[in-house]
Design a protein around this ligand. Structure first.
Ligand code: 5RP
Length: 222
């Protein structure tokens, strides 16, 4: 199977999960990226059953609306029973690195509201230890150099994502060479740096369920 076929298979499995676990009339949280895009396509036939979706990025909003799925304001929504998103890396504790697409802040906000976070990923995303994928950190533009110096003190090698501005008008530093032995601790530590909006570690609020695409089929963890 190609990587896209694996992504499509987990996206369909996630749509089946939503159909089974999200009550009719509820609101579905939708992530960002190529795997999440396949999920949006798989969700489209179910759209009549749900009130609408919360989008974790402008790109996701556009794709949802292209399918005629209503996109709601999170401030008008109290409960999101299921949030489905991809990941750049995921470990055995379902801790993740997210933000390869730069949508980490909105993704983390939607995840914070969701009751169940379903991660969908092809097998290449599963790792023993997080950190080979550079950790994205969203920063307020005037704090870029300060945050970069602080991240270097933590042992990382921050690189500005050139020519990229987030949906929130901020910058991304991609931090290479981090040894992430304590994902929760590092997530909290980076959050304490003044000027950091969010970092791409999802360990304080990890996924609840992983649907992993493998050549032998979709495997479920959690
Ligand atoms: C976007 C993300 C994505 O979930 C992550 O980058 C995975 O993307 P893809 O499914 O294209 O591999 O965090 O900010």
């Amino acid at each position: 199977m190609t990587q896209d076929e694996l992504k499509q298979a987990v996206a369909q499995a996630a749509a089946d999960y939503v159909a089974e676990h999200a009550p009719a009339g509820s609101v579905i949280g939708v992530g960002t990226g190529s795997t999440a895009n396949f999920f949006i396509d798989a969700l489209a036939p179910l759209k009549g059953r749900y009130r609408g979706a919360i989008a974790s990025s402008e790109a996701t909003r556009q794709r949802l609306e292209g399918h005629g799925i209503a996109v709601l304001d999170l401030n008008e929504v109290e409960r999101i029973p299921v949030y489905v998103d991809g990941a750049d890396e995921i470990d055995g504790g379902l801790n993740m690195i997210q933000g390869g697409g730069g949508a980490l802040t909105r993704e983390k906000i939607v995840a914070a509201v969701a009751t169940t976070f379903v991660c969908i990923a092809d097998g290449s995303k599963q790792v023993a230890t997080l950190g080979k994928f550079p950790l994205p950190v969203e920063v307020i533009p005037m704090a870029r150099a300060h945050v970069a110096r602080e991240l270097a003190k933590l042992g990382g090698r921050p690189m500005l994502r050139e020519g990229f501005v987030t949906d929130n008008g901020n910058l991304i530093l991609d931090v290479h060479d981090l040894a992430i032995s304590n994902p929760k601790g590092l997530e909290a530590q980076i959050n304490q740096i003044v000027g950091v909006v969010t970092n791409g570690l999802f360990a304080i609020r990890p996924a609840d369920v992983l649907l992993l695409g493998t050549a032998a089929g979709v495997r479920r963890f959690g």
